[in-house]
Write a protein that binds this ligand. Sequence first.
Ligand code: NAP
Length: 454
Amino acid sequence: MAIASINPTTGETIKTFTPLTNVEIEQKLQLAADTFRAYRRTTIESRTRSMHRAAEILESEKDEFGKIMTLEMGKPIKAAIAEAEKCAWVCRYYADNAARHLANEIIETNAKHSEIRFQPLGPVLAVMPWNFPFWQVFRFAAPALMAGNVGLLKHASNVPQCALAIEDIFRRAGFPDGAFQTLLIGSDAVEAILKDHRVVAATLTGSEPAGRSIASTAGAHIKKTVLELGGSDPFIVMPSAKLDSAVETAVKARTINNGQSCIAAKRFIIAESIYDEFTTKFVERMRALRIGDPMDESTEIGPLATPQIVNELAEQVQRAVDSGARVLTGGRKLTRAGNFYEPTALDNLDPKTPAACEEIFGPVAMLFKVGSVDEAIAAANSTTFGLGASAWTNDPTEQEVFLEELEAGSVFINGMVASDPRLPFGGIKNSGYGRELAEFGIREFVNIKTIWVG
Ligand code: NAP
């Protein structure tokens, strides 16, 4: 894939970038290794100052950063600006909490003194996706830098300007050159970098195939990885739920980021006694969404990030229809410039059919009717994914059953699955392993060192 900014609203190529040569990659790896030796000795207070400064830059220039995101990957501008603000939040969260998360822990043993220390590992490679082009990077970079690691970013090839802007934010915030570097490279260059002895660990947010590839290379070289992969989150609605707020949130949860979110609700599992009412209201709201130019503040659904994504989505919908799905609304590409696909709702599929189990990355919802809590849980757990799950019920017994039985990294009751710097984020099953955010995220890339003094 060429490294280029291509406006998904118009198809226009705005800027192309030449990938780094092997010599340039070598220089950046060496700079990362050299920087780490000095950076790991900096005080947490000085890292905190720089991280607060990064937050200030993000906030004061959020409109410009928002425009770059929208230009390169098509998310509605209001959401893009909110993403820059959320990045400021995660910077502040780790600036304020890293010292507490990484404080030495004294443990009573038979030694004169024993304790646990949390020490940085070195240069960490971050392979990141385009869908939240700032947020995904910051939620890795803020804890990694606060812990004393240095970062090497291989961003998705369609968001190079976002990647360069992020590198620039950390430099202007006062982190040393080499503490956070963007590598403009294709995915074919990742393997050699991961094998390099100077790179000590890797994190990947992206698709399952990319995760398998990174994890197998890292495994062969005994390097720690964190994988944040795909999802097909269930959104369950039981009869005791507040139906209107469930419908409103369901539409938002499916169409956020033009439907391209790992934790978007993708499968709507609805109790049969409320199925018809939920479906009628859901379809009405999906039809009413304002589709258009994502730079326009009133737009609710913009284009998908690339023409390939639109084609893949159209093929998935066709596969679902071939397996017996009924199209309740949408189901077509829009005949206008740009990568637009109609908000779509499908039903009449068995939750276990292969077409119902794939991740759908676009504004396409699948609805399923169930007769009981047990059936809802069986349907929800019937995919290979386990990222998030949302269940709507006001019955405390049902709530507890969902919290216990849903196979997911997060379960939200009467709310939409969302990330929050204060709460761990990650998946189980084929959605990956490891956690980002909160104390768990900052402890992924540290040496948990046992100290024993006799
Ligand atoms: P992708 O194709 O896997 O790309 C993600 C990143 O991996 C890009 O930087 C890409 O580079 C690189 N890449 C792709 N194949 C690679 C390989 N074989 N070796 C090394 N690097 C490779 O994913 P995507 O389709 O852009 O992103 C959407 C996916 O990300 C969805 O499945 C979504 O659910 C998942 N996601 C998960 C989370 C989470 O937190 N769990 C969050 C957001 C997104 P190029 O761009 O150069 O190909």
